[in-house]
Design a protein around this ligand. Structure first.
Ligand SMILES: *[C@@H]1O[C@H](CO)[C@@H](O)[C@H](O)[C@H]1NC(C)=O
Ligand SMILES: *[C@@H]1O[C@H](CO)[C@@H](O)[C@H](O)[C@H]1NC(C)=O
Ligand SMILES: *[C@@H]1O[C@H](CO)[C@@H](O)[C@H](O)[C@H]1NC(C)=O
Ligand SMILES: *[C@@H]1O[C@H](CO)[C@@H](O)[C@H](O)[C@H]1NC(C)=O
Ligand SMILES: *[C@@H]1O[C@H](CO)[C@@H](O)[C@H](O)[C@H]1NC(C)=O
Ligand SMILES: *[C@@H]1O[C@H](CO)[C@@H](O)[C@H](O)[C@H]1NC(C)=O
Ligand SMILES: *[C@@H]1O[C@H](CO)[C@@H](O)[C@H](O)[C@H]1NC(C)=O
Length: 348
């Protein structure tokens, strides 16, 4: 009996040691050396079921054109991105019985502000329809699927590549339209939006306003708050095997670093009950923006932190006064843009 117990005990110990070895050594080491593992963690494109994006009506929205823009790359494969052009609400009634509707003409007429919508890492352009329905009251929306997402071309997913693609779309629209341009990024899209603004600044392009919905300081900060990742955080090799590879492989979207380059007013929206990105992270980004930007030349930062009403990470569109908050922000952006054209932005 006693012998049995000893064998049993040794056996259990060995199994536990093996499990611990697997979990705390093998898994982090594989993570460090597998770019595919890292990419599928940050860009879980596999969660998006294949769809036909041609008919947005099938998803419950009309007045939307499914379109594709090809981003040319001289030294690598060209990337074609799938986009939904969501017409401003006032124009929807015009098109219901008109198959030949001139969607390009609407881009050129410049009547309504353009909004570039950048979705989160587990999303595609169908997922924010309820938000488009609200925002199309005042915006002409272009919801873009990143490379590797939906029916966009598969391609190496790094922050540089994603931002290059989107910057091309931004300039594509800028060239064809006189509208004011706004950028809206949700979750991972907030990192894309911030980096995009920083990249555009280098080309002397400034959008009129930037909205960051449920944003973060950096992807590794979000990872550190994830309870599965936290399980590994006590390991002495945690940073070297889990976080550093994300930074080294260009997947960190360090908004904390780039937000000081944003030369337009910023609006941050977050909910206290967001359990994917804790609001403390958004608050930190807010203070970074507040302290590292010169609001005289770069515009104010507005932060709406919504109470716990079930908005979480995905349902901010349910905030009753959301459209009102956006309208106030847009007015402020227009006012700021007018004031800055009088002052001299190149002083900073
Ligand atoms: C992206 O999705 C993963 C799920 O794979 C999630 O854990 C992570 O927090 C998300 N990251 C960002 C920055 O949105
Ligand atoms: C999507 O649907 C459209 C029209 O319903 C059809 O013409 C097209 O072939 C479909 N695309 C795919 C990839 O199935
Ligand atoms: C990429 O796009 C450019 C510009 O449109 C075109 O000239 C080139 O042939 C394309 N490359 C490939 C491989 O399709
Ligand atoms: C941006 O503007 C600066 C100052 O006017 C100029 O020196 C620089 O060449 C411009 N850059 C681009 C990409 O146009
Ligand atoms: C912003 O820049 C202006 C001009 O350089 C300067 O006078 C002002 O003090 C700055 N404001 C802050 C908050 O740094
Ligand atoms: C920016 O904030 C300051 C201080 O709250 C305010 O006086 C100013 O009017 C704001 N600027 C704009 C363009 O709204
Ligand atoms: C704006 O700043 C540039 C560079 O400092 C300077 O050359 C130019 O004269 C300024 N323009 C105005 C209107 O102050």
């Amino acid at each position: 009996m006693k012998k049995m117990c000893l064998v049993c005990c040794i056996y259990t110990t060995v199994v536990l040691l093996l499990v611990a070895l697997l979990n705390f050594v093998i898994v982090p080491v594989i993570f460090k050396f597998s770019l595919g593992f890292q990419q599928s963690f940050i860009f879980p494109t596999f969660v998006i079921e294949p769809k036909n994006y041609t008919n947005p009506e099938n998803y419950g929205i009309n007045g939307v054109r499914n379109m594709y823009i090809t981003v040319p790359y001289p030294t690598s494969e060209n990337i074609t991105l799938g986009i939904w052009q969501v017409l401003p609400k006032e124009m929807v009634s015009d098109i219901v019985n008109n198959d030949e509707y001139n969607y390009d003409g609407i881009i050129a007429n410049g009547k309504t502000h353009i909004l570039i919508y950048l979705h989160g890492n587990g999303s595609d352009r169908t997922k924010s329809i309820e938000l488009y329905k609200i925002l199309r009251e005042i915006f002409h929306i272009f919801a873009i699927d990143y490379r590797g997402y939906a029916d966009s071309t598969l391609g190496e997913l790094t922050e540089n590549n994603i931002v290059s693609d989107i910057a091309y779309i931004y300039k594509w629209l800028r060239k064809r339209s006189k509208s004011k341009m706004f950028i809206w990024g949700h979750s991972l899209g907030s990192g894309v939006a911030t980096l995009l603004a920083s990249r555009l600044k280098k080309e002397n392009l400034t959008s009129t306003g930037v909205v960051l919905e449920t944003p973060f300081t950096s992807v590794t900060d979000v990872m550190k708050s994830n309870y599965i990742v936290q399980f590994y955080s006590f390991l002495p090799w945690f940073d070297a095997t889990i976080l550093k590879p994300i930074r080294d492989n260009g997947m960190d979207f360090n908004s904390k670093l780039y937000i000081s380059d944003v030369d337009s007013p910023i609006m941050i929206l977050h909910a206290k009950d967001d359990d994917i990105i804790p609001y403390s992270i958004a608050t930190e980004l807010y203070y970074t923006a507040l302290n590292n930007r010169n609001s005289t030349f770069q515009g104010n930062v507005t932060y709406y932190l919504y109470e716990e009403h079930g908005y979480g990470h995905l349902f901010i569109y349910l905030v009753p006064h959301l459209l009102n908050h956006v309208k106030i922000f847009v007015d402020e952006c227009l006012q700021f843009e007018q004031s800055i054209s009088i002052k001299n932005r190149s002083v900073i």
